[in-house]
Design a protein around this ligand. Structure first.
Ligand code: ADP
Length: 212
């Protein structure tokens, strides 16, 4: 998606355009000519904010789809999103980076403070959010309206979850892992390994891990 999403456009990039022109040559014959030109176009930069504690296959589905419709997608990991995250910010970022390494227009960063301030610093004009169920809607619409009031140049784009991930959240993954269930359906192998290692290393409180 190149071009004007919102009033504040992202950084300009120079795109080389190749066009074939047909002109009339000797004897009235149609002659092709290759014309090369350069045009400055605006990049649509999107951010996908969340806690990603840890990243699930539901998040990855949204990331892949959002990357297809934006020039660049920044997965923005909120530093203080939960009081007791299972994974540190560095671990959450590293797991996401591994999961996204084959998607060339996706980068992963951490941020603190207001999401709109981070979006402004990165010249993002689109904020991507995933919608799982009606229960997500109320919070998400309020968040989108608040963000738009704080930064009119940003538009929130909601992507409906694929039906097979509609029940999935990071909390579901942690709950399942805490009781020893198989989480390979919910997360990629690197995340599964990291979750298992985390729970194995945590002290148990009344048979339950303190994190969640
Ligand atoms: P959670 O802890 O609920 O998994 P995050 O804060 O990490 O959530 O989520 C970031 C964004 O990803 C939110 O917009 C959330 O609605 C979306 N999201 C989370 N899980 C899914 C899923 N299974 N399918 C689609 N979107 C999702």
């Amino acid at each position: 998606m190149s071009g004007g999403a919102g009033r504040r456009l992202g950084p300009k990039v120079v795109r080389k355009i190749t066009t074939w022109l047909i002109y009339t040559g000797p004897g009235g014959r149609a002659m092709p000519a290759l014309v090369q030109d350069r045009e400055a176009v605006s990049m649509a930069i999107a951010i996908y904010p969340g806690s990603f504690d840890p990243v699930t296959r539901g998040h990855l589905d949204i990331i892949k789809r959002a990357a297809k419709i934006n020039d660049h997608l920044i997965v923005a990991v909120l530093i203080n999103s939960a009081k007791h995250p299972l994974f540190t910010i560095e671990e959450r970022v590293a797991l996401l980076q591994e999961c996204c390494r084959d998607i060339p227009n996706v980068t992963v960063e951490s941020f603190d403070g207001l999401t709109v301030d981070f979006a402004r610093r990165r010249h993002a004009t689109v904020m991507v959010r995933g919608l799982r169920a009606v229960t997500d809607f109320e919070n998400e619409i309020q968040l989108a309206q608040t963000n738009h009031a704080l930064m009119p140049g940003i538009e929130t784009v909601f992507l409906a979850t694929s039906i097979k991930w509609s029940y999935l959240s990071s909390t579901v993954v942690k709950e399942a892992a805490r009781y020893g269930s198989d989480i390979s359906k919910f997360v990629t192998p690197n995340v599964e390994k990291a979750v298992r290692a985390k729970f194995a290393a945590l002290p148990l409180e009344n048979g339950k891990s303190p994190c969640g």
